[in-house]
Ligand binder design. Structure first.
Ligand code: ATP
Ligand code: MG
Length: 159
């Protein structure tokens, strides 16, 4: 499945993240693609708000992986894990920092710059590509090898 939506502002991108949070389930993996400043972290902050995290989501550039406990378990998910793998080059490095260990039934995982880790990730992951930068509007393309995502996203009012 594949479809594209537009986001004309930061607030709109955050709002799409919030909507996605409404349907995410433990075990889900979401990959975020897009150039520097496209809005991957902004979208993730929307997901964090939608999951009602106590803390706000910050860019995990220095630690690569941030894990947050959800305030209450929802659809199997007790934890939210946010990764930024920009500085990784190989799948071995991704393995070393424990990317595959993060894919658990009780965790929702969002990964910025997932390229180095792709061989480790579930085939039925959701992929989101954000195009545009600076003051330009953004195009958000959702796609997945798993057709079930279309129905799930529709339940979350996406698109
Ligand atoms: N429609 C839009 N959607 C998202 N961000 C926007 C939009 N319009 C402008 N922006 C701005 O673009 C920037 C996006 O930054 P953000 O940190 O989310 O990008 P990123 O993709 O995570 O970058 P990086 O690869 O460095 O982690 C913010 O400064 C935000 O204010
Ligand atoms: Mg970022």
């Amino acid at each position: 499945m594949k479809f594209t939506i537009d986001s004309r502002s930061l607030a709109e991108t955050v709002q799409w993240g919030r909507k996605l949070a409404g349907i995410l389930t433990g075990g889900d993996v979401v990959c975020l693609y897009g150039q520097l400043g496209a809005g991957k972290t902004s979208f993730t902050q929307g997901v964090g708000r939608g999951l009602e995290l106590d803390e706000s989501v910050v860019s995990p550039t220095f630690t690569l992986i941030h894990a947050y406990d959800l305030p209450f378990v929802r659809r199997r998910a007790a934890r939210f894990i946010h990764m930024d793998l920009y500085r990784l080059g190989t799948v071995e490095e991704a393995e070393q920092i424990g990317v595959d260990d993060c894919q658990q039934e009780d965790a929702i995982v969002l990964i910025e710059w997932p390229e180095s880790a792709l061989p480790l990730l579930d085939a039925d992951r959701l992929e989101l590509t954000i195009e545009g930068c600076g003051d330009q509007p953004r195009r958000l393309t959702f796609q997945s090898a798993a057709e079930a995502w279309r129905q799930r996203l529709a339940e979350g009012d996406i698109p």
